[in-house]
Design a binder for this molecule. Structure first.
Ligand code: NAD
Length: 444
């Protein structure tokens, strides 16, 4: 990645530079037949349909089959693929096919681990949607399965491959931020759709949906359309706000700062204040994480969206500001030395004036003016039509072809998933969540 030549000055408030992605975005290039990849999608709801379209935008990729539990999704997948596909409600039938190189797993979260493990055992590479797991032990099982069967796994938190977060990491690693001690990130919403109150299709019923398979290892409850289509509100199938949104914020922060491992500690506050429709997940969650030398606050509020989404990285020499996923701004702190003004107010005039005179003698005119500090403000922007989903998918496809590791393998996916589980542990147990690395478990 390099900064584009077309840098444009914007007033005195710094510059905007356009980033050039390292990897070409789906440029049509010939792929030899031997390099063609055939795939199937397991789970083709909202995200599964997006993922399959993203994969099909890359050269040399062909979709051959789809598995989902509602008839309507099997139809939608074929419409998006613009092709008649092999369809089934039993994903194992897809895994038994010998002509499939990889699968996209975009089911509800409580099914991810089982399908990924089965896919690895069947010799398929896997693009698995985020968050990688529903429960802590699943992550370690997925890592073992990938190693045992020599499979490529990419977890679907696309910020991991983004040119914007790569630039942020470059700025961080250059030392320009100084010592980073605090980070905050948030995604806020204020609408029924934002609170996962999705419309329920009129033809959804026990004949068109395989309810027993949907439940999987979740508690057996009677057929319930809200649980199937608005599953994010139920801890039986997802991880609420952490699994849906924290994981994106955390992936960006981990990437920009080069963090490794789960957080040491998490403390959550929040509640289900407004969207009381039978769900057990909160509509506001605010979590304070502890990492070595660093405190990170992550918040999602479904009851006010005046702040939208953003991340701030606070260092002793500068701040990184992300207002969305398409740009990052570096704002230097003015750290030029200054004579003490505040505390000497209580000194006798003579001593005070002597102090100031001495200070002036010891500090000749500063080489850096305040204008110079302002000029160092720089915004790095992804190019128009930059598609981090596509870049993330292409990174996976390249790994499948070349057997080089993905940007977001299961080890990384496990760290951010555990961070989500820690936020929920703290909220639901009303206690601190500590990560016990030796026990590979969250402890209160
Ligand atoms: N990366 C992102 O930006 C992003 C965005 C949205 C969703 N997601 C993730 O994608 C996943 C899916 O979310 P969604 O919004 O598309 O959900 P969805 O409810 O729209 O679709 C999930 C589909 O999975 C199917 N399914 C569940 N168990 C199955 C099984 N055993 N076999 C076959 N099909 C099965 C269901 O029938 C359903 O149609 C979630 O893990 C979510 O967190 C990621």
């Amino acid at each position: 990645m390099r900064v584009g030549a077309g840098a444009a000055a914007i007033g005195s408030a710094g510059k905007v530079m356009f980033l050039e992605p390292a990897r070409a975005m789906a440029s049509p290039r010939p792929v030899p037949p031997s390099d063609r990849l055939r795939f199937a999608s397991i789970g083709t709801g909202v995200r599964g349909c997006e993922d399959l379209q993203t994969a099909l935008r890359a050269p040399g990729v062909e979709m051959v089959a789809v598995s989902d539990l509602w008839d309507g999704r099997l139809v939608a997948a074929q419409e998006h693929a613009n092709k008649k596909l092999d369809t089934t409600k039993e994903y194992r039938r897809i895994l038994d096919r010998k002509d499939i190189d990889f699968v996209i797993v975009a089911t509800m979260d409580h099914w991810h681990a089982k399908i990924v493990e089965d896919a690895c055992a069947a010799g398929k590479d896997v693009y698995c949607e985020k968050p990688m797991t529903h429960k802590v032990p699943e992550g370690f099982r997925i890592i073992e399965a990938a190693q045992k069967y020599n499979r490529m796994i990419q977890v679907g938190s696309q910020r991991r491959s983004s040119v914007v977060f790569a630039k942020a990491k470059e700025i961080h690693d250059s030392g320009a931020l100084g010592q980073v001690t605090a980070v905050e990130g948030w995604i806020d919403r204020n609408s029924p759709s934002g609170a996962w109150v999705y419309p329920i299709p009129p033809d959804a019923n026990p004949q068109t949906i395989d309810w027993q398979t949907f439940l999987g290892d979740a508690p057996k409850v009677p057929f319930n359309l809200k649980r199937f289509f608005r599953w994010r509100g139920y801890s039986d199938y997802g991880e609420g706000l952490p699994g849906d949104l924290f994981v994106h914020i955390l992936t960006g922060i981990y990437t920009a700062l080069g963090l490794e491992g789960p957080p040491q500690k998490a403390v959550s506050g929040g509640g289900l204040y407004r969207w009381k429709d039978g769900r057990d997940e909160p509509d506001l969650l605010w979590t304070l994480y502890t990492f070595p030398g660093l405190t990170v606050s992550v918040r999602c509020n479904l009851n006010n969206n005046s702040q939208g989404g953003g991340t701030r990285v606070y260092g002793t020499k500068g701040t990184l500001v992300f207002d969305d996923e398409t740009s990052v701004t570096f704002i230097p702190q003015d750290t030029r030395p200054r004579p003490e003004d505040y505390s000497v107010g209580g000194w006798p005039k003579k001593l005070r004036e002597e102090y100031w005179a001495k200070w002036k003698q010891e500090h000749p005119a500063p080489p850096v003016t305040s204008l110079k500090v302002v000029e160092q403000v720089q915004t790095y922007r992804a190019p128009d039509h930059y598609d981090e989903d596509l870049v993330h998918m292409e990174n996976f496809l390249n790994a499948v072809r070349t057997r080089t590791p993905c940007d977001e393998g299961p080890v990384f996916g496990n760290w951010t998933a555990i961070a989500c589980h820690m936020a929920n542990y703290s909220y639901f147990n009303k206690s601190v969540a500590n990560w016990d690395a030796a026990a590979r478990a969250i402890k209160g």
